[in-house]
Write a new protein. Structure first.
Lengths: 324, 289, 438
């Protein structure tokens, strides 16, 4: 079974590369690929947060996209007022946003642990509303330019088969940082004691509690890590797109959710895979069919719908059916 | 030879993952019959009920009701075909009133479209009146304990035994000819169990239902059954009268293992009042289980 | 009979008052607020059908409103500024049907509802396979997607894109007209919810599998719920277009959905009365708290907010103390007390202008404060009273005029005991041990 899948996948990839080279030419293909990789990495980071939280409390954190936005803003102000280099601001912002994420869990979600799902859903929406408008009030509702000054966005080029490829260093940096973060996450989840505790809690909360695992603290930790990753995504997104505003997290949030679903909600490798796939799909659909450019933003929604209809468990995910 | 209006299960099998829950099961329930299905926990009885009522699709075999195939139809279509069930763990509509719970069971027989219903046209009002009378009849079957002011109370305030009764009234109101009762006396004390047994007999005698009962309490099985079928490991072990089946050594072994003992639960222990086979009851609210 | 009479009289009275208001003072703020409340209430009550009665989390109501609004606008606006619109779209109008503005508008609004219903069916069909959170996300995605699509190059051919459509006649923008539509909506939806179909939806909400076992076709009913809800949302959208006069995709941003959600959740999930009251609350907050968002020095504002929160906390503590049995202060009381005290001190400092930092003095804008408060309100409701203020109960004349029958009378209680065997004459009680359970 596994072998067969591998062959199918390889064939698909080969077809894709061939089509890309043929239609776009090597230069554009590589350019789009880099762009897709970068975008996909950002989605992967945010999607990982979704999946982690879902894995441990079976909640889709609607406010996750707004946490992404907070991460961007915090870094923005750190750079603005304290003149930090962007990477330092990112790290500090990750920590701070992580704390905020854990705080949100404590204040808004923990009291409703036992509540019906509908209430949790609306609570998450309320938190989202709160965060967006708190940002409106505190940061101002207008667009601002992200204050990082880095050499990363300068346009450079190299050549591939005689065709120029235009890129920004950022496009390499983003996947790199994402890789580092995800490797760190992997080591943490799979190899550390806290990680094992988290995995246990995700599988069976009651049992974990009975074994003495501080379940509340583990959940807070998951929210911390997930929010920190989202913050990293937010910073990198802002480096690339420069314009930040309080509602910037809504659409990336939906897209990252789509990515998490593609990979199978609750699965971290699935989230990463889903993020990359979505990035690729988004970029290349427009590359192949330029007439659809204005639909690029809603592409994710369409994919979400299709996935949920066709294969709701995603590529790697869990069984969602109810037992009689 | 066709059994008109009968339930026929022909060589039905169902597996989940690696576990064969039901294997080559054959069973017939004729109109007006009361058949009991017994077997230790995990024998496949509830799975069989789920197969009949349409929640699962058999891997192989056929299920016929009144000569028509019903296997693979969804639960709503099975009910429309004339088979209704109760659940091992009660599945009432908690926030709806007693009367509403029973009226829901009649919705599929309404025969009036949503627009006509919303506008309150006469044919809707007439039909609703008819169906309400049917619902009241079903509830009155259980005496006055579900009538009067009880009709408007949400079911979650009812005692456990009353909730079980509402669930049975609900199944009776669907217009079904065959009832599947999944452990109807679970969590009830011996007196209540006796009452349930008498009610089951009355259901058949007064309303003509055919009934398939899954039960653990042998006293009840003895009181109501025309025929008893014993299952284990998804297969039929024995079929016949109560005494034939409960004295069948294979059946006794399925409950007790070897060698057969004369104490404790199961068929050989019938009459000694030990109800250890009951599943843990839902909140019994002051009544002794 | 008495109830019917009471309803008829009260509806007529309110209608007469609103008609007077519309004729005499149509432009008054009050008139505008009342009609907006009624219009949004139509969408909120429709939202109740899916979210409250059927238990289907629908977060795309603003998308259905958009559809209805644009259909209505396309059919009734003279479209004089529709530069981006395709010519065939520009020429859409209802002059061939009738010259009366009211008739045209009615048809246009209903048409908006019809098209929105089709979208509702389309959204409803995938909903069949999706559980709560996923359904919410998909409907939300729909709401956002339809807005983006209407601004795309292809969509702009129909919608005039970011320029919007102007000149929608204000026929139904007044309080009386909007009120009439609301009454019709409430009448229809209440009857629907109380009918067998409403009951079927509630049973699906309570236990979908059991509902199936009772013969209910889940797919049909879920799609029906979406279709009807979307239809009325579309009607609300058309009315909204009339109220505004001009619409563009940004009119239907996600905030509109959150207002409706707050209205329904705070007012009462599954209660139409609650939905209307909740809408009124949202409209009032949005209107009368507007001064809060003006440019002002943050110091006094934060100070007053701190004082208000402190006062609220003290009230809560006082209320709990009064009803608390033990009469000894436990840790929660102390914590609340300390927090309240700190807030009060901070509040006084800030309000009196004694805070040294200049940031507190410079005026700045506070846009978004109203929505922030709504968000906090929703959060508090979800934590402390998840079913909303009215829960699932509706207003009925019986509440005022009937005897309170909530307590069982003694006769009833003893009769109940005898019937069910509870109480002293309990069967299956201790006496039965002697039978040996045989």
């Amino acid at each position: 079974m596994r072998g067969r899948t591998l062959i199918n996948v390889t064939v698909l990839v080969a077809l894709f590369v061939a089509a890309g080279l043929a239609v776009l030419g090597p230069g554009l293909f590589v350019q789009n690929f880099l762009s897709a990789l970068s975008m996909g990495s950002q989605y992967a980071l945010i999607a990982t947060g979704y999946s982690m939280v879902y894995g441990i409390v079976r909640l889709i954190n609607f406010a996750h996209g707004d946490v992404f936005m907070l991460g961007a803003y915090l870094a923005h102000y750190l750079i603005l007022f304290l003149n930090m280099p962007w990477w330092a601001a990112m790290l500090v912002s990750m920590a701070a946003t992580g704390l905020i994420g854990a705080g949100i869990e404590r204040v808004a979600y923990r009291p409703l642990r036992q509540a019906p799902r509908a209430s949790l859903l609306i609570t998450a929406i309320a938190v989202s509303l709160f965060l967006e408008n708190a940002a409106n009030v505190v940061f101002g509702a207008r667009n601002q330019a992200f204050s990082a000054r880095s050499g990363l966005t300068a346009s450079r080029s190299f050549e591939v088969f005689g065709e120029p490829v235009y890129y920004q260093s950022l496009l390499f940096v983003v996947p790199l940082i994402t890789l580092v973060a995800l490797v760190g996450l992997y080591v943490f989840i799979e190899r550390s004691k806290a990680g094992a505790a988290i995995r246990a809690t995700a599988q069976d909360v009651e049992m974990a509690r009975m074994l003495g695992i501080p379940v509340d603290r583990m959940i807070a930790l998951v929210f911390f890590v997930g929010s920190a990753l989202a913050a990293a995504g937010g910073v990198m997104y802002s480096l690339q797109y420069v314009q930040i505003h309080p509602l910037m997290g809504i659409l990336p949030g939906i897209k990252a959710f789509t990515a998490a679903v593609i990979g199978g909600i609750g699965s971290i490798p699935g989230a990463v895979l889903g993020g990359l796939l979505l990035g690729l799909a988004e970029t290349f659909v427009v590359a192949f069919f330029p007439g659809l450019t204005s639909f690029q933003q809603v592409f994710a929604v369409i994919v979400l719908l299709v996935i949920l209809l066709v294969r709701p468990t995603g590529i790697v995910g869990e069984d969602l059916t109810e037992k009689v | 030879m066709s059994h008109t209006g009968a339930l026929e299960i022909k060589n039905v099998s169902k597996a989940f993952g690696g576990v064969q829950a039901v294997q080559d099961m054959c069973l017939v329930v004729r109109p007006g019959e009361i058949v009991s299905l017994i077997g230790p926990n995990g024998a496949g009885k509830t799975t069989l009920l789920n197969l009949i009522s349409g929640f699962y699709k058999p891997d192989s075999g056929e299920i016929l009701f009144g000569g028509k195939r019903i296997d693979g139809l969804g639960p709503d279509k099975v009910t429309a075909a004339g088979i209704a069930r109760t659940f091992q763990s009660l599945r009432l509509f908690h926030e709806l009133s007693v009367l509403d719970n029973v009226m829901v069971a009649q919705h599929h027989r309404l025969g009036v479209g949503w627009l006509a219903a919303a506008l309150g046209l006469r044919r809707y009002r007439t039909r609703t009146q008819e169906l309400t009378n049917v619902a009241l009849d079903s509830l009155a079957f259980f005496g006055r304990r579900l009538m009067g002011y009880r009709l408007g109370q949400p079911v979650h305030v009812l005692s456990y035994a009353n909730r079980r009764r509402v669930e049975m009234a609900r199944a009776m109101s669907t217009g079904a000819r065959l009832l599947l009762l999944d452990e109807p006396s679970a969590g009830m004390n011996p007196n209540e169990t006796d009452e349930i047994a008498r009610l089951i007999l009355r259901m058949r005698d007064e309303h003509g239902f055919a009934i398939l009962v899954v039960e653990h309490k042998m006293k009840l099985v003895e009181m109501v059954s025309d025929r008893v079928v014993a299952m284990d490991f998804g297969r039929k072990l024995a079929e016949g009268s109560f005494y034939e089946v409960t004295n069948d050594p294979v059946v006794i072994e399925s409950y007790l293992g070897r060698p057969a003992s004369s104490e404790g639960d199961g068929p050989a222990g019938a009459g000694q009042g030990n109800d250890g086979d009951d599943e843990p009851a839902a909140d019994t609210e002051g009544e002794k289980a | 009979m008495r109830n019917r009479l009471l309803w008829f009289i009260s509806i007529a009275l309110i209608g007469a008052a609103l008609l007077y208001l519309e004729r005499v003072a149509g432009g008054w703020l009050l008139a505008r607020l009342l009609s907006l409340t009624a219009i949004w209430a139509v969408a909120a009550v429709a939202l109740n059908l899916t979210n409250g009665t059927a238990g289907l989390p629908n977060l795309g109501q603003h998308g259905f409103m958009l559809v209805g609004a644009y259909v209505t606008a396309l059919l009734t606006s003279p479209k004089t500024t529709a530069f981006l619109m395709a010519p065939w779209a520009q020429s859409l109008n209802l002059n061939w049907l009738s010259q009366s503005a009211v008739v045209q508008m009615t048809v246009a609004v209903l048409a908006g509802g019809l098209v929105a219903a089709l979208f509702g069916l389309a959204v409803g069909i995938p909903s069949l396979r999706l559980r709560g959170d996923y359904l919410a996300m998909v409907t939300l995605g729909f709401g956002e997607a339809i807005r983006y699509v209407s601004a795309t190059d292809q969509g702009t051919l129909l919608t005039n894109g970011g320029l919007g459509i102007r000149g929608v006649p204000a026929v139904f923008g007044g309080p009386f007209a909007a009120y009439v539509w609301l009454v019709v909506t409430l009448w229809f939806l209440t009857r629907f919810t109380q009918s067998s179909y409403g009951r079927a939806l509630k049973s699906i909400r309570e236990d979908e599998l059991a509902a199936q076992a009772m013969g209910i076709n889940i797919a049909y009913h879920k799609v029906l719920a979406f279709g009807i809800s979307a239809a009325f949302a579309g009607i609300a959208g058309g009315l909204y277009a009339s109220w505004l006069g001009t619409i563009d995709p940004n009119t239907f941003q996600i905030f509109l959905m959150t207002y409706l959600l707050v209205a329904v959740s705070v007012g009462g999930a599954g209660s139409n009365t609650g939905a209307v009251l909740g809408t009124a609350l949202v409209v009032l907050v949005r209107q009368y708290l507007q001064p809060l968002e003006q440019s002002q020095a943050p110091g006094p504002l934060i100070g007053w907010a701190a004082l208000a929160t402190a006062a609220a906390l003290f009230l809560v503590v006082a209320a709990k103390w009064r009803f608390h049995k033990a009469k000894t202060a436990n840790r929660t009381f102390w914590r609340i007390g300390v927090i309240g005290g700190l807030l009060a001190v901070a509040g006084v400092v800030l309000v009196s202008g004694a805070a040294p930092w200049p940031w507190f003095e410079e005026p700045r804008s506070f846009v978004g404060l109203r929505n922030l408060l709504l968000g906090v309100c929703l959060l508090l409701v979800m934590i402390y009273r998840p079913l909303g203020a009215l829960g699932r109960s509706e207003f009925g004349w019986g509440l005022i005029f009937d005897r309170k029958d909530k307590e069982l009378s003694d006769t009833e209680r003893s009769r109940d005991a005898w019937l069910t065997g509870e109480g002293a004459a309990k069967k299956g009680g201790p006496e039965d041990v002697s039978h040996g359970g045989a």
